[in-house]
Design a protein around this ligand. Structure first.
Ligand code: HEM
Length: 398
């Protein structure tokens, strides 16, 4: 019997800041692939099962091109989305995607990541010192979760030290909850202008950083500025959200901070579990380029599949007791960084940052706690990356 298409459940339940929208689990429990009606009238699919999301993201018969996709949320265009801007890897397919991906992957080298690991230690220590000097109480997003990854992106792109403050202030406006959409767009344009100026300077005086390195390829200035802006958008908001929301989750689950303080191996596992449990990049999408059968169901060419990554990472068929945050579990195989050809290019950098920033915070402030009741911590709602607006924290001074 044909299924009646569902609408995407996208509202999180009040008082459950870490859980995917409650409407997803019953759909997943019934079948991992469900017919879905999009707000523009398109009838496509919703994938909620771990194995299903994994299979679709690994299959080149599914496209990532935005212009073939329908928005799963109200307020999107009345038809397919606009195409990806220059440099946005997530919205293109092979062979264009392969060319960019190869050029970039060759620059995310082990040597460069090791040097960045060194820098993240120094940057976190500096910010923890500053927090200690300011004393309790403060907003952890403003004092730590945003500036640490922002400075790391500056390091990756090779923003000169003298310009980093300006860069960080502009990026804060882009992602600031209180700034209007117009302010956000204006700040993003100014930021990509900064990146373009950086590219021009690096062409004249090449530097040993990712952008400097890329000036030695056949990429145009426009492509380089686009890639720089995209890396900033892909790498800053996400990692900042993980530090903020990750801290909130640990503070509201008594006893869990121990895993972060128990040495590098335990902290690495704890970070993977936080990535799985929080699944901040909660939703992805693909469109079938030809008819494809998945889980015994025929997805026709042109149909969009929304990938509920948050629900897939809570699939009991893959993770026992999936709704429990257990920082001692082995959460390998989660899909928080996606899967397949578009799997997150910055995941090693993100891991380096989280494996340093979270343990260092809980070790430096063993009495860290929320300064307000958990229900008063303001969340960002209806954004593609789940996170916090502010995280008021306090601690006992020594
Ligand atoms: C792609 C998540 C940090 C750069 C992705 C995708 C996910 C993701 C789910 C796949 C999108 C898709 O399949 O359509 C995350 C999370 C992060 C993080 C949860 C932090 C905890 C970073 C960082 C960087 C970065 C630090 C770089 C500085 C990228 C790039 C892509 C990507 C370039 C596109 C890859 C491609 O399409 O080939 N990320 N990301 N990400 N991410 Fe990340």
């Amino acid at each position: 019997m044909p299924q009646e298409p569902v609408r995407l459940p996208h509202e999180r339940a009040a008082g459950c800041p870490f859980d995917p929208p409650p409407g997803l689990a019953p759909l997943r429990d019934r079948r991992p692939l469900t017919r879905m009606r999009y707000p523009d009238g398109h009838v496509g699919w919703l994938a909620t099962g771990h194995a299903t999301v994994r299979a679709i993201t690994a299959d080149p018969r599914f496209s990532s091109r935005y212009e073939l996709m329908h928005s799963p949320l109200p307020g999107g265009p009345d038809g397919p989305l606009p195409p990806a801007p220059v440099g946005d890897l997530t919205g293109m397919d092979a062979p264009e995607h392969t060319r960019y991906r190869r050029l970039l992957a060759g620059r995310f080298t082990v040597r460069r990541m090791r040097r960045l690991a060194d820098r993240v230690e120094r940057i976190t220590t500096r910010h923890l010192d500053a927090m200690e000097r300011r004393g309790p109480a403060l907003d952890l997003v403003e004092a730590y979760a945003h500036p640490v990854p922002a400075l790391m992106i500056c390091e990756l792109l090779g923003v000169p030290e003298a310009e980093q403050d300006l860069f960080i202030r502009r990026s804060a406006t882009v992602f600031a909850p209180d700034s209007s959409p117009e302010e956000q767009v204006a700040a993003y344009i100014r930021l990509t202008e900064c990146v373009r100026e950086l590219v021009v300077a690096k062409r004249e005086h090449p530097t040993d950083d990712l952008l400097g390195d890329l000036t030695g390829t056949d990429l145009t200035d426009e492509e380089l500025a686009g890639i720089g802006g995209f890396l900033l958008a892909a790498g800053l908001d996400t990692t900042a959200a993980m530090i903020g929301l990750g801290t909130f989750a640990v503070l509201t689950h008594p006893g869990q901070a121990a895993a972060l303080r128990a040495g590098p191996e335990s902290a690495d596992g704890a970070v993977e579990e936080l990535l799985r449990y929080l699944s901040i990049a909660h939703t992805g999408a693909r469109t079938a380029l030809e008819d494809v059968t998945v889980d015994g169901q025929l997805i026709r060419a042109g149909e969009t599949v929304t990938l509920a990554i948050g629900a897939a990472n809570r699939d009991p068929a893959r993770f026992p007791d999936p709704d429990t945050l257990d920082l001692d579990r082995r959460a390998t195989g989660h899909l928080a960084f996606g899967h397949g050809a578009h799997q997150c290019l910055g995941q090693q950098l993100a891991r380096v940052e989280l494996r340093v920033a979270l343990p260092a915070l809980f070790t430096r402030f063993p009495t860290l706690r929320l300064a307000v009741p958990p229900e008063e911590v303001p969340l960002r709602v209806n954004t593609s990356v789940h996170g916090l607006l502010r995280l008021p924290v306090t601690w006992d001074e020594r």
